[in-house]
Ligand binder design. Sequence first.
Ligand SMILES: C[C@H](CCC(=O)NCCS(=O)(=O)O)[C@H]1CC[C@H]2[C@@H]3CC[C@@H]4C[C@H](O)CC[C@]4(C)[C@H]3C[C@H](O)[C@]12C
Length: 331
Amino acid sequence: MCTAAAFRSKDFYFGRTLDYEFSYGDQVVILPRSYPLHYLEQETQTRHYAMIGMACVMEDTPLFYDAVNEKGLAIAGLNFVGNACYHPHAPGKENIAQFELIPWLLSQCASVAEARKRLECMNILDTPFRPGLPAAQLHWLIADREGSLTVESVAEGLMIYENPVGVLTNNPPFPMQMQNLANYRHLSPDPVEATFGPGLSLPQYSRGMGALGLPGDLSSQSRFVRVAFTKLNSRCGESEEESVSQFFHILGSVDQQRGCCHLGEGKYEITLYTSCCNTDRGIYYYTTYDNHRIIGVDMHREDLEGGSLIRYAPVTKERIPIQNAPKGDGV
Ligand SMILES: C[C@H](CCC(=O)NCCS(=O)(=O)O)[C@H]1CC[C@H]2[C@@H]3CC[C@@H]4C[C@H](O)CC[C@]4(C)[C@H]3C[C@H](O)[C@]12C
């Protein structure tokens, strides 16, 4: 399971949780403007927008899970198992392999509007990156500060949906997620009137009762509702620290703790990492399951004119300062 969200305060923020039982070897990767991008069926791009994101690098190719380009366009790929369907070569279309979608769009589109134009003539190929590594079954959240799209390649073709909520989880297909959201239209962050029935006085015995019924489990449909409610009602100050902190709280509403989602054979799905990119400043912040300290990687501190990948291994160990240690222990 995974959850992605777009969030605007003064700047625009985009990030995701990646929930799984093992890591593919995730790294924060900065791809500079002259790093050549090769495609199965498209011309090699030798000059393009720079991007930063989480990826695993295979054969010098960054396979991005989520990334943001220097223009502030952001994309995250999330599992869409059983519904994702890719297709063979389609004549007259721009044929792009599933693992090429993020670099293809981020290298040349500055906005969601531009990405939509490319998507409208696109076909997602079923060719795997290499034999033995089957194409991940994904769908995508694509966002900039003006709005979001959900993109789903299904048996009928490539579906592009306006996403008015700016969040995405996993199954079912996006129209069904939105239909399900309507079941919660009565939820509110405010105290609500007792409308249960005439002649009965039911007390408001607790704060937060306006959102009673918000689903608390880890299923993708429930996480969609919970993160949508949290995001849409979110309030925060405009500073970078307050915004980033708030963003991690939004995704914290769907955090997965080891033990609550058993996959059998002693394996558990957990939130391996949570990311939050300030798309205006090109700073990629993240936490990992065992590192709660927010770490940032700033793409503009690197040579974006360079021709090689810049990679950072995520911090995966907790560092807990003791406040009353001699010299404050760095608190
Ligand atoms: C496992 C993750 C989704 C987590 C998730 O949602 N887990 C819940 C399952 S459930 O939905 O609840 O059932 C997904 C998200 C992005 C994926 C990579 C995308 C690039 C590349 C594409 C290639 O084709 C295959 C290898 C590749 C490295 C991919 C590996 C893996 O597939 C990644 C990490």
